[in-house]
Unconditional design. Structure first.
Length: 547
């Protein structure tokens, strides 16, 4: 046992030493990227020198950066079979690569000879290089724009458009096409003619009648979109200010296009969407996007995080925005590669809060309202838990007779409480407890079926109170124990009977979790909640005497 502890201690020290090296490497790289006046090649050369000390086998480490036809590399660099690369992306376009190599074979680690932390360091530095290149470009464009806008022979919008064409031809074509489509939409015939030339439209009448063979391929002339013609046409029908406003809006939408791609991809995991939201909030200003685009984001996010119910989404799109989901993500515990949702109770809580915050009626004030400090576990956490502990047999409980389900349920609870949790959930719970502190907590169920139209599930699933006292290890253990018991309640007799009565037995039920502080105050050695109870809406039809 002593030997094992000594080995464990040595492993921990080694891991900490490697993390310190990686941090030092990042700090050195940041120092090189501070001065934006230096030429890119000079900055890249200094970055390459910072890399070897950050890796496990420093003396055998070589680095390489390619950009704009240039290659900047370590001294005595030779490409080997032991390398890994990350793309340098600027405005969602690959403009170069950043690579690290070992000059000779090293012991296998997470990916070839590289640790997963070293791969993360590689991607982080590639991202920082991307941001540096973009900043340099914008700085150069701004100088040119200021020079162009001071030139009386060019309108401000003409200078901006020409700079756009010089810096990003692909984006210029996209904006030119949008401008022609806009002009065509308001009835400008010249725009139609240019679009017909650029996109090779079919002649009028050519596609009329029933056609059951492929149409002939036409030769489009995209070069038309690279000229001044689309914007010269615009200048005869729009003011310079209107042209600039439209171009600015389309540029902002293009900047947010990466976010659209992530949301539109059904294979995107919640961690991937979370990262896209954080990136969007850091580089995009919502003020520049149209209400239609923002509403589309709200619909997509509501569908991915909350529910597929159309009735819910129709309301949510008018109240929930990207910032709401960004704030939510700061308090979500997500399994690796999660594709789950919040659950009915969590979704209702989030929407109700947004409505009360954003609907201000001075004639009917709702007063100041606050949701207690709350964390959430996505609904597919239960699937990871079941898979990890080989508990798949319990899923078939719902098809057994209720008498048998009721008889076996205590064993199911104990089975779940004796099982282990994935590392991602344990880590998330630890972070949540650090934020919540040592106040009493309530661990609440939030299944996908719960609190939906026609399926309230009132009292069917468990919610458990925790004193949340003791050491950090004891508090984590108590929390995981409560979560396991709530997971087990999915297979209890009451919810199964309730689902059977409503034809929901075949629905793949998942269980989200709400971790919420209890609001109240300490009185001596006791903690007394401010109030407690269940609220029911008014029902004019009294079908039972107890109602």
């Amino acid at each position: 046992m002593v030997e094992e502890n000594r080995d464990s201690h040595a492993d921990l020290l080694l891991s900490l030493r490697e993390r310190a090296k990686e941090l030092d490497c990042l700090y050195l790289v940041e120092e090189q990227l501070k001065d934006t006046r230096r030429p890119l090649s000079e900055v890249f050369a200094s970055v390459v020198k910072c890399i070897p000390p950050g890796l496990q086998y420093s003396e055998h480490t070589r680095a390489l950066i390619t950009y704009g036809g240039e290659t900047i590399k370590s001294e005595d660099f030779e490409p080997t079979a032991w390398g890994v690369c990350s793309d340098i992306n600027v405005q969602d376009r690959v403009v170069g690569t950043f690579c690290i190599y070992y000059s000779e074979s090293m012991p296998n680690a997470d990916e070839g000879p590289f640790l997963k932390e070293e791969l993360r360091l590689l991607r982080t530095i590639a991202d920082r290089l991307s941001h540096f290149i973009l900043f340099k470009r914008l700085k150069d464009v701004r100088k040119s724009w200021e020079s162009a806008s001071n030139n009386d022979s060019l309108g401000a919008w003409r200078g901006t458009i020409r700079l756009l064409r010089a810096s990003d031809r692909t984006l210029y074509i996209k904006i030119a096409r949008k401008m022609l489509n806009y002009l065509y939409g308001i009835g400008v015939e010249e725009a139609r003619n240019l679009l017909q030339e650029a996109e090779a439209w079919a002649e009028p009448g050519e596609m009329e009648g029933e056609v059951n063979v492929p149409g002939r391929k036409r030769s489009a002339d995209k070069a038309v979109l690279l000229t001044d013609r689309p914007f010269e046409v615009a200048a005869t029908h729009l003011s310079g200010e209107a042209i600039l406003d439209l171009v600015q809006k389309w540029l902002q939408e293009d900047k947010a296009s990466f976010f659209v791609k992530v949301l539109a991809n059904p294979r995107s995991s919640l961690p991937e969407i979370s990262e896209a939201i954080r990136r969007y909030r850091s580089i995009c200003a919502q003020d520049g996007l149209s209400p239609e685009v923002l509403r589309g984001f709200s619909v997509s996010l509501s569908r991915r995080f909350l529910t597929e119910q159309l009735e819910f989404i129709k309301i949510a799109k008018d109240y929930l925005d990207i910032d709401d989901f960004g704030d939510l993500l700061d308090r979500m515990i997500l399994p690796a590669d999660s594709h789950g949702r919040m659950g009915g109770k969590s979704a209702g809580l989030l929407l109700a809060d947004a409505i009360l915050r954003k609907v201000k009626d001075p004639l009917h004030p709702v007063g100041e309202m606050k949701i207690p400090n709350t964390w959430f576990i996505s609904s597919d956490g239960i699937l990871d838990f079941i898979s990890m502990n080989d508990l798949n047999d319990v899923i078939e409980q719902k098809f057994k007779e209720i008498v048998q389900v009721r008889h076996e349920y205590p064993n199911v609870i104990q089975l779940f409480k004796d099982s282990n949790f994935p590392a991602d959930i344990i880590k998330g719970v630890s972070v949540a407890l650090d934020d919540l502190g040592d106040v009493p907590l309530i661990i609440r169920s939030s299944s996908l079926l719960e609190d939906r139209m026609g399926t309230a599930f009132s009292g069917k699933y468990k919610s458990l109170f925790l004193a949340n006292q003791g050491s950090k290890k004891e508090r984590i253990g108590a929390m995981l124990d409560a979560i396991a018991e709530i997971y087990a309640s999915v297979f209890g007799p009451d919810p199964i009977e309730y689902r059977r009565e409503r034809g929901l037995l075949e629905f793949n039920e998942e269980m989200g979790i709400i971790i919420q502080e209890v609001v109240g105050r300490r009185v001596g050695k006791y903690f007394l909640p401010a109030f407690s109870g269940v609220a029911f809406s008014n029902n004019e039809f009294r079908w039972l005497p107890r109602i």
